[in-house]
Design a protein around this ligand. Structure first.
Ligand code: DI6
Ligand code: FE
Length: 408
């Protein structure tokens, strides 16, 4: 007997080998022990529904997609930056604020001051906002501590969130996010601290599932980015990179050569970077929220990414500075409208390809037998509707590891 069987549903499996959304119109989906044991046409079911599962749900024609995955967030942080938001709207640039000791560094001050409990408490409503739209897996980065204790505190807060809410959380150590004040003009010395002390400590404590680095004029140069990538490899941690957000420094190509899971932002990515990513299978994570909030005008090289078949993911980049965004559905809309992804590419970007960007492709991101029973059930007419209305949440139920975790 299966635990749960959904009938009278339409599936968008998002499976790689299927065409487009992987649509099954008269579908059925079954769950046992938290995993998918059936996902296909109801006519292929091996018997009468009531004989197959303890609980049978009638979906009344609703659509089921994989649970959504937000593969790039900075959800844990202290304080907020609403004042800087206003300053930027009054003319100051993001880079100027950062160079004047604001920007990321003002969040660093507030994060260092916050207790781990405070970080957990302030992140919780943000996490719940994402979950309410069907997000069942989320990545959370450190990078506002920029010292050993405070970076570990952030990662530990992120891990705790996963014990307090039914959600899968992947943590990423981003010690190389910005140069803290005490290392001003001493970038090399800070990176030494990151690779010799902070990253090994995070790895030893089992608090980091991956390592990220901000390669940028206002972040870290290419040589130091490489030191971070080398150390991560030594420690056996997968890597990601913030690259080509404000300029083309060659960070994405470098990270791809190190086998990075993903390179993120990428507005300024050039053909060499695309080639290197294609060769390595590195996922391009597009972040339309930061593009929108910073009023960027340069689009990521979408045609080239498509042509070279680089897998494309989409995420919120939820953070208090460049992307105060807590709606992954809004990112679907913006990915389509601003970045010109098709709605189908956008949905693949928050399911199959987002799983890949987190190294979870074998277990998450599609509706396929054997994978985790993470799903979102929607009141929509067709899957493309998820990128259509802005400000309407059509989620009906979210299921994680077979359990209903959101009911609306
Ligand atoms: N790029 C981003 O979009 C975030 N970090 C980064 O390197 C912004 C972080 C912030 O402004 O607080
Ligand atoms: Fe980011």
């Amino acid at each position: 007997m299966w635990d749960t069987l959904w009938i009278d549903v339409r599936l968008a499996t998002m499976a790689e080998h299927e065409e487009g959304y992987g649509i099954v119109e008269q579908g059925a989906l079954a769950i046992a022990d938290g995993k998918l044991v059936f996902a296909g046409p109801a006519s292929d079911l091996p018997g009468q529904p009531s004989a197959l599962a303890r609980v049978v749900w009638k979906g009344e024609g609703r659509w089921i997609t994989p649970g959504l995955i937000d593969c790039h967030t900075h959800l844990v942080f202290g304080g907020d930056r609403s004042q800087e938001f206003e300053m930027r709207l009054n003319g100051a640039s993001y880079a100027e604020l950062q160079l004047a000791g604001g920007g990321i560094l003002s969040t660093v001050r507030a994060t260092r001051e916050a207790s781990e409990d405070e970080l957990v408490d302030s992140a919780m409503p943000r996490l719940d906002a994402l979950r309410a739209e069907g997000v069942t897996t989320i990545e959370i980065k450190s990078g506002y501590g920029l010292a050993r204790e405070s970076e570990l505190k952030m990662l530990s807060a992120a891990r705790r969130l996963a014990t307090l809410r039914p959600v899968t959380i992947k943590t990423t150590f981003l010690g190389a996010h910005a140069l803290p004040g005490e290392f001003k003009d001493r970038e090399d010395a800070y990176i030494e601290r990151v690779v010799d002390e902070m990253m090994p400590a995070a790895a030893r404590a089992g608090l980091a599932d991956a390592v990220d680095v901000f390669c940028e004029t206002i972040g870290f140069n290419l040589a130091n980015t490489e030191r971070v990538l080398i150390k991560a490899r030594e420690l056996g941690l997968p890597t990601k990179i913030h690259a080509e957000q404000l300029s083309d420094m060659g960070g994405a190509a470098l990270a791809a050569r190190y086998g990075a899971l993903s390179a993120d932002h990428l507005e300024y990515l050039g053909p060499d970077g695309v080639d290197a990513m294609a060769k390595a299978g590195t996922v391009a994570v597009l972040l339309p929220g930061a593009f929108y909030v910073l009023r960027e005008t340069k689009l990521p090289p979408l045609d080239l990414l498509r042509e070279r078949r680089v897998p494309i993911a989409v995420a919120t980049d939820a953070n208090p500075g460049s992307s105060p965004v807590l709606s992954l559905l809004l990112m679907l809309s913006m990915a389509a409208t601003l970045f010109r992804l098709t709605p189908q590419e956008a949905l693949a970007g928050v399911t199959r390809n987002a799983a890949r960007a987190l190294g979870m492709a074998a277990t998450h991101g599609t509706l396929e037998v054997g994978k985790a029973a993470d799903l979102a059930v929607w009141d929509i007419e067709r899957p493309g509707d998820l990128a259509y209305w802005v400000g309407r949440n059509p989620l009906y139920r979210a299921v994680r590891n077979g359990d209903i975790v959101v009911e609306r």
